[in-house]
Design a protein around this ligand. Structure first.
Ligand code: ARG
Length: 579
């Protein structure tokens, strides 16, 4: 709908340019927003305020001209001017009702992508395998998975890439320790964090050990078979730990999505050679660097992007350059989304720019860093265990399920244990995921079990419960959502408000896909649940006045149910039929 209104405004602008009201050469970014209060229509645009100045007119006068120039459209019942010159669009109720009838009959709920379908690489999760996966990678995993699901729903081809840190100097240390301990049994590696700390301790206290570690890195990088064998075994164990977390979270990631740093090892000399050939490399203190004018430090000195160290070693940036080239040449990506901590923003700005200058990616390929804020504890301080250690994801998920179990059991003591466990899993894991997804991606966020498990507010338990209420209406009638017949007619204001919200599902998903911000889908579903509640309270279904009215209301309820379920599924939440 927003797109339709934008097109109508575009046509009105063209008319006004033709008749000389507006100067030619304007190409404004036309903003259309949904209104907060339905008394002001369904959608509003500030276009007259934006163009008043170049048109040398009062905003309201321009709004009057625009209103007159807008072509008629079956979806728009009327357009009004409000305040200083806003254009308010009122949706046609009959058209709205029939579009919802069509949405309910469609497996995709009438949702389409605005614009062409694309091949999108989603770079997500990407933990460092030397250590156990921790909360820092939780956000990337959950948010990346949510956005990937929305892109897929809109028809894009999504290629997930888990760019794990499986290469680099810390592996020398781990191999040295593995060798020294003659650790053979998998059991010893059961706790990677403990293993890593023990290795680090040896590294720090023994110069001989440290030398041996450095020797092993060189051997590893030269492809020594024994080193490779140990390294591979270590990574396999570490990856299987990650996979446990993904499965527990219900995140769509498998071993097939792993394309770690080591996979680009053989490409790195070529990256450096290509940068040299393009004349982009400068030697500085023995290191090979790219200097870009737009990146300077606080003192105004140029900041280098180092691609090869003085000793010949390659860096994180070099690997990312190789990965971009691969994503263009082999994966044929139109768009690459990087779900990585906001603190790496400079790194991505730099490598994107270097890749473009070097011609590793064409101008048509979009590179977007979808940065996110830090995850803190409930006290707003960095998330740590009581003794200051890093919190392991698997422990966190375990605790979420335990807490959810206690809550659900207190509410429904009569349920049998197997069902309680199943509900607790959906609620506990859902709560952890939803709490993360519902915050603005770029803000820091405080992890708080009490808040995320509350049955009130914008939380997973509230929404999962809202869905079960819709499901129970149909269960009582012995019907499924698809069996709602008849036609939707929008009589009461609560029906109209619910309908208008339902009609926005497609716009919301397109926005999530465009900006990589699942929190707007969360806000949408939360609002939808609220509108459904007031509809259900004011518009009796079973005690409807006529059979037609009952059919219409049931259809609205069915569409609300399907939209909630679909929306939650796109966020990666498992819905329950009762709880
Ligand atoms: N392993 C990195 C880290 O933990 C994240 C990698 C993100 N992806 C990338 N292409 N650089 O910081």
């Amino acid at each position: 709908m927003k797109d339709t209104i934008r097109q109508l405004i575009q046509q009105a602008l063209a008319r006004l340019t033709e008749d000389g009201t507006l100067p030619s050469g304007l190409s404004p970014d036309i903003q259309v927003e949904t209104t907060k209060d339905r008394a002001h229509g369904d959608y509003a645009s500030n276009i007259a305020l934006m163009l008043a100045k170049p048109a040398a007119m009062k905003p309201r006068d321009l709004a009057v001209k625009l209103q007159a120039a807008l072509p008629a459209h079956p979806q728009v019942a009327k357009v009004e001017i409000a305040g200083p010159g806003f254009l308010n669009f009122f949706q046609d109720e009959a058209w709205l009702a029939s579009s919802l009838d069509a949405a309910l009959a469609d497996a995709h709920l009438g949702v389409h992508k605005n614009g062409p379908q694309q091949r999108v690489v989603v770079d997500l999760s990407s933990p460092n395998l030397a250590k156990e996966m921790h909360v820092g990678h939780l956000r990337s995993t959950i948010i990346g998975d949510g956005v990937a699901r929305v892109l897929e729903f809109l028809g894009d081809t999504v290629i997930r890439q888990n760019h794990v840190g499986d290469w680099g100097t810390q592996f020398g240390m781990l191999l040295a320790y593995l060798e020294e301990q003659a650790v053979d049994a998998q059991a010893e590696l059961h706790d990677l964090e403990v293993f890593y700390r023990a290795a680090k301790k040896r590294f720090d206290e023994s110069p001989e050990f440290a030398d041996r570690a450095r020797e092993l890195v060189v051997k590893l990088q030269a492809g020594d078979p024994e080193c490779m064998r140990l390294w591979k075994r270590f990574n396999d164990i570490s990856l299987s730990h990650c996979q446990q977390v993904y499965d527990r979270l219900g995140v769509k990631l498998t071993m097939a999505d792993v394309m770690g740093e080591s996979a680009y090892n053989d490409d790195l000399p070529g990256v450096v050679a290509d940068l040299t050939a393009k004349g982009l490399l400068v030697e500085s203190d023995g290191a090979m660097c790219v200097f870009l004018d737009e990146f300077k430090n606080a003192e105004g000195n140029p900041l280098p992007v180092i691609v090869q160290k003085a000793g010949g070693g390659y860096l994180y940036a070099t690997t990312d350059l190789a990965a971009m080239r691969y994503r263009h040449q082999k994966l044929h990506a139109d768009r690459v989304l990087y779900f990585v901590d906001q603190r790496q923003a400079l790194h991505f700005q730099q490598v994107f720019e270097v890749a473009r200058r070097a011609g590793f990616v064409p101008a048509s390929m979009d590179l977007e860093h979808m940065g996110f804020g830090t995850m803190n504890g409930a006290d707003g301080r960095p998330f740590k265990t009581r003794d200051g250690g890093t919190v392991k994801l698997i422990d966190l998920l375990e605790e979420a399920e335990e807490r959810a179990y206690a809550l659900v059991k207190a509410k429904n003591p009569e349920l049998d244990d197997a069902e309680l466990r199943q509900i607790a899993r959906a609620v506990g894991i859902g709560a952890v995921k939803y709490a993360d997804l519902s915050k603005h991606r770029t803000s820091d966020y405080s992890f708080n079990f009490e808040l995320m498990l509350s049955f009130e507010g914008n939380t997973a338990p509230y929404l999962l419960y809202a869905y079960t209420r819709v499901a129970s209406i149909f269960r009582k009638l012995g019907k499924s959502f698809d069996e709602a017949g008849g036609r939707i007619a929008l009589e009461q204001p609560q029906e109209q408000a619910l309908a208008a919200q339902l009609a926005q599902f497609g716009d919301v998903l397109n926005n999530v896909a465009l900006k990589g911000v699942p929190h707007i889908l969360c806000a949408y579903l939360y609002e939808l649940a609220g509108l459904f509640s007031s509809f259900y309270e004011h518009c009796p279904i079973l005690a409807a006045e006529t059979p037609q009215q009952q059919e219409s209301r049931l259809k609205l309820a069915a569409l609300a149910g399907r939209t909630l379920k679909q929306g939650l599924e796109l966020l990666g939440l498992e819905t329950l039929e009762r709880m």
